[in-house]
Design a protein around this ligand. Sequence first.
Ligand SMILES: C[S@@+](CC[C@H](N)C(=O)[O-])C[C@H]1O[C@@H](n2cnc3c(N)ncnc32)[C@H](O)[C@@H]1O
Length: 278
Amino acid sequence: MADLEEGRADRAGIQDRSSGRLGRAIRILRERGPLEPFRLVRRHGLSASTAFVGRNIRHLMADRLARKWDRDHNVDTAGSIQLAGLQVVGPHRDQGNECLCTSPKTFDFIMRSLPADLSDCTFIDIGAGKSRTLLLASRYPFAKVVGVEFAHELVEIAKRNVETFRDPAQKCRNIEVVEADAAAYEFPKTPLVVYFYNPFSKQVFDIVIQNLVASLRETDRDCHVVYGSSSHAAIDWAKPAILTSGAFEQLATPPMPGFLDAVRTIDYAVFRYRGKNG
Ligand SMILES: C[S@@+](CC[C@H](N)C(=O)[O-])C[C@H]1O[C@@H](n2cnc3c(N)ncnc32)[C@H](O)[C@@H]1O
């Protein structure tokens, strides 16, 4: 089943696992013959094989919707981009996760749990990938939108996207892409919404959260943290890592619906900074 997970170079020349998934399935069937699906069921069992096919159909649909969103908005954000082979800043390459973007429906759903007035807030996407989330956030009235990304090629694509993005609903045009290791990033002293979509290991996450808490303790201000995770059970360690600092409280949020434009359903949590005296 791993053959389907290979990938090919996308239009920017970087390895994209989403690209050509259907073509690879057809090639495998041609090479191994029409009985291959039955062999798969015998080898892996019926429920694992059904789950595998379901996952791949969902992936194909979500990927098509992502590429349509890109065409409609004149950008390049889709795909599952592998970090191997990219130029990375800092010592945490091995702790980083592949670049996979948040779906528009998922993002809009998460935004419903944030305060209505965002006009003095900076939105920060930690591990911004090709900038999909920055562009989605720019459709809300944030004062500024910032993406922190450690892979040089992704930063270049993200910067290009910011220039070429077309959306009549865009409200914030103050968008910055910072090429940096998130562990070394210094948060701006403005009210914040800090967004994580499963960017890296707990080890790096702990450093980033410590830096964020230190920054908030030094300059008291509003801050919400959003943590989303899909492919890994990261939310199970991220929640306690945020809460043990004592600086945040978790907000009640509705469960994420299974949106078809998401490769996988994101499990998410939203936290509010209690303030210096909280
Ligand atoms: C799952 S993607 C999320 C992309 C984007 N935030 C979104 O929601 O569409 C994770 C991203 O985090 C980046 N990343 C991983 N480790 C990082 C680090 N230490 N510093 C900055 N970026 C990192 C990866 O290169 C990848 O682009």
